[in-house]
Ligand binder design. Structure first.
Ligand code: FES
Length: 570
């Protein structure tokens, strides 16, 4: 197979001419023939003025290039889409698949023997790994790393769990306008990804566990010199892989690796978004992600990492306590240590080198967990025949077995218009229901599942209520919140049948979420649901492609035509 600059020649009907022309043009950049004869390591550039999480990407790129060149290969940097959570309309999830397609096609289109993808803000690592799994070229992932923590009035702060907590306090009248503005400048004190165990941190830990990045890559703070050295080492690893031809993603993304990632996701108190992304990644391989496996693992894997929103600390504390290698060591036989990694060797080698930090209490032993059961559970029931997710680790224990009266909102807009209405008929024991917020309904499945506590209840001191929806929730959020109800209401899922005043039962022990109406009434309402409540089909462009082909949450929200059939080779 052709290597380096000879790979994937442009179609002119004359291969010799195609290579001659390619070399003629690239020499305009000043490359020598010696450089152009080397193996090529592509490096994605996701720097963007709209993406502060990736603010250190230029420094990481330089370090990766140095590592590649020190190892005798040729680095070539190219741009791809970059997505930041707060700068993506309507949602970052709407754009994840576009970034995956962009990354995949640019890796396929341009000559390279290995690839280093640099990402981190929530949807970027999933998109890059989905692309890598589809292309199956040797790939090293370099996360940009978490921010360092902020401080306010002697308290340690972090994006974005504390953004939500303090904003709720502001809504409840506990923090005035001037102080909330001060807080606003202190929540994100450096470049890098949110430093709680949100989606970005969850995906970085999963990536390290899957063996797609070097040890400690998930946790080294973004501004630290150590992250620059990690980037250099990642470049060197990619250069080796360019020569060796592996390990490829297909050698690393095995059923045992997905199981290991699930164990870690449960043990870190990970983001529910991680489930959707792992499902989408698995669907780019011959394997599939099994929600029942997630629940089974959740019943026996304790939460060991004491990070917000489930615990007390932040990513830099996880790092200084030993990071993912130490966690893998604490998890013992729950992890399959024969799984491979881009570091060469297996997770067993990484665990053997895990640092023991005396006195640290961020990564607990299994004998003293944060929570006896894992972070997330899978619910079924008449409201969620295709499944729903609850992050029990971040929920109120008293609400995990709860029956309450439904207060229904038909859309994000409806919720925003009425939730703070003093006349809204709502009490602390009610169940807030939000629908038409799934993959097709909103569209793009917004992180609207964290419905705010109605202002009038917040002012009475209500901090949590049962909230259910077909939306997602930020990994940095907390509360007794049922998410990803499948199928979504916009495609006729049972959530569309709920009426305000109905009783809804959350039964975590039984793993159920049910609408308490009899079967006859259920069918009567279903028969009345004559027209599809899904929004009108967009007339053109990416929005149309999305609406036509996006899969449900239990299938990873990828496009249906991107899924790899189990029997198809990469
Ligand atoms: Fe980028 Fe949180 S906004 S990781």
């Amino acid at each position: 197979m052709a290597k380096g600059l000879r790979k994937g020649l442009t179609s002119y009907g004359d291969e010799g001419f195609a290579l001659f022309l390619r070399k003629a043009f690239i020499k305009a950049m000043g490359y020598s023939d010696d450089a152009l004869d080397r193996p090529i390591v592509g490096i994605t550039n996701t720097y963007s003025d709209y993406n502060p999480c990736h603010g250190n990407a230029p420094a990481l790129i330089e370090a990766v290039k140095r590592g590649v060149m020190l190892s005798g290969a040729m680095p070539m940097v190219f741009p791809t889409i970059s997505i930041h959570e707060s700068f993506a309309h309507p949602t970052s999830m709407f754009l994840r698949n576009l970034m995956a397609m962009d990354t995949e096609e640019m890796i396929r289109a341009q000559p390279m023997d290995a690839i280093v993808v640099i990402g981190g803000c929530d949807k970027t690592l999933p998109a890059q790994i989905m692309a890598a799994a589809s292309v199956d070229l040797p790939t090293v992932v370099v996360p940009v790393g978490p921010m360092v923590v902020g401080h306010h009035k002697g308290e340690v702060l972090g994006a974005c769990t504390d953004c939500r907590r303090l904003w709720s306090a502001h809504r409840a009248g506990e923090i005035d306008e001037a102080e909330i503005e001060t807080v606003n400048s202190r929540l994100a004190p450096s470049v890098g990804t949110c430093m709680v165990m949100g989606t970005a941190s969850t995906m970085a830990c999963i990536t390290e566990t899957l063996g797609l990045s070097l040890p400690m890559s998930a946790t080294i703070p973004a501004p630290h010199a150590e992250r620059i050295r990690l980037a250099e080492a990642s470049g060197a690893a990619a250069a080796r892989m360019a020569v060796d031809g592996g390990p490829r993603p297909s050698e690393l993304l095995t059923p045992q690796a997905f199981r290991n990632a699930t164990v870690v996701m449960q043990a870190i108190g990970g983001s529910t978004n991680g489930i959707i992304h792992l499902t989408a990644i698995a669907n780019r391989t011959p394997h599939r992600y099994d929600l029942d496996m997630l629940d089974e693992i959740g019943r026996k894997v304790p939460v060991l990492v004491d990070l917000k929103p489930s615990g007390a600390h932040y990513m830099e504390h996880f790092h200084h306590a030993g990071g993912v290698p130490k966690l893998l060591a604490q998890l013992g036989e729950l992890i399959d240590l024969d799984a491979g990694t881009v570091a060469g060797g297996t997770l067993r080698d990484i665990v053997a080198r895990a640092e023991d930090v005396p006195g640290q209490d961020v990564i607990r032993p299994r004998s003293a967990p944060i929570k006896a059961e894992g972070s997330m559970a899978v619910l079924y029931g008449n409201l969620a025949p295709g499944g729903a997710i609850i992050k029990q680790a971040a929920a109120s224990a008293r609400l995990l077995q709860h029956t309450g009266r439904a207060v229904v909102f038909d859309s994000v807009e409806d919720m925003a218009a009425r939730i703070d209405d003093p006349e809204l008929d709502v009490g602390a024991d009610d169940v807030l229901v939000l629908r038409n917020t799934g993959p097709k309904g909103a569209p793009g499945m917004p992180e609207a599942g964290y419905l705010p506590i109605p202002k009038k209840l917040g002012r009475q001191g209500v901090k949590d209520m049962v909230r259910i929806s077909d939306a997602r929730m930020s990994g940095t959020a907390f509360g007794t919140i049922v998410l990803h109800i499948t199928p979504e209401s916009a495609v006729g899922g049972p959530l569309a049948l709920v009426e305000s005043g109905d009783m809804i039962r959350l039964d975590l022990a039984g793993r159920r979420i049910d609408l308490l109406i009899d079967d006859g009434e259920f069918e009567r309402r279903r028969a009345l649901l004559r027209t599809s409540p899904a929004p009108a089909m967009p007339k053109r462009g990416y929005a149309r492609l999305f609406q036509q082909t996006v899969l449900q949450a239990d299938e990873g929200c990828d496009f249906d035509f991107m899924v790899r059939p189990p029997d198809e080779a990469p």
